[in-house]
Design a protein around this ligand. Structure first.
Ligand SMILES: O=C(O)CCC(=O)C(=O)O
Length: 225
């Protein structure tokens, strides 16, 4: 990214609280993320309203720790935030039917969130939707909860993020966002990294270096057993 492109991206991010970078990773990389996430979550027990959401991928497969701490999004986030992002957790969000809605909400007060599309997604199969600029109007939207329906379909700041595999949405956790029902039943999977404060990773590892050290020690331990 040139200096000029980075400045334009930051201006959009600061104004809207959300930006999309098309073809941020290749379709092959998106496929690999998807296959690894499917494999890592295969045996995770499913129950409750958000049973299609798996957080803590970095604890299931080191590959996702690498993404969360050292992925290609990290330098971009540093440019947008003006400081290093603090990894929290990596997640897999699937959606296969009309019951799997995530209602309008904010994620946290600080940091940044990324969402990489692993399938074609639009409003028909429950793409991500955002209210542009809502990160600057936090009090107005503080009552929103992901498990409670709120109809913002006619809101003038609505942004429906149709995306293709490999596109990335980068947003402020305070930017109101949601995803509607999957009406057509096509696969709609997303890989999400949260940088919103306290890491979920056991031991509270915060830096990429810490992550590497801990992950290597874990792998060595496995090899010796
Ligand atoms: O992937 C989705 O359906 C919703 C994602 C979301 O709400 C989030 O990233 O916080």
């Amino acid at each position: 990214m040139t200096h000029r492109q980075a400045a334009a991206l930051k201006a959009d991010f600061d104004r809207d609280g959300v930006v999309i970078i098309r073809e941020f990773v290749t379709r092959e990389q998106a496929r690999e993320i998807c296959d690894r996430a499917e494999a890592a979550t295969r045996d995770v027990p499913r129950k409750g309203m958000f049973s299609n959401i798996t957080k803590g991928l970095e604890k299931l497969d080191r590959y996702f720790g690498e993404w969360l701490y050292n992925g290609p999004q990290v330098p971009v986030l540093e440019t947008l935030l003006g400081k290093k992002p603090e990894p929290t957790t990596a997640s897999f969000f699937t959606k296969t039917d009309t019951a799997q809605e995530v209602h309008p909400h904010s994620d946290a007060m600080e940091g940044v969130v990324t969402w990489i599309a692993l399938d074609e997604t639009d409003v028909q199969n429950g793409c991500m939707q955002f209210l542009k600029g809502s990160h600057k109007r936090q009090a107005e939207f503080a009552h929103l909860r992901a498990h409670e329906p709120t109809d913002l379909a006619d809101h003038p700041d609505l942004f429906q993020a149709a995306m293709s595999p490999g596109d990335i949405a980068i947003f402020r956790p305070t930017t109101v966002h949601w995803s509607g029902p999957n009406h057509d039943g096509s696969a709609r999977r997303g890989f999400n990294c949260f940088y919103t404060g306290k890491p979920v990773f056991k031991g509270g590892k915060k830096t990429a270096k810490d992550w590497d050290k801990a992950a290597r020690a874990k792998e060595a331990g496995r090899a010796n057993t």
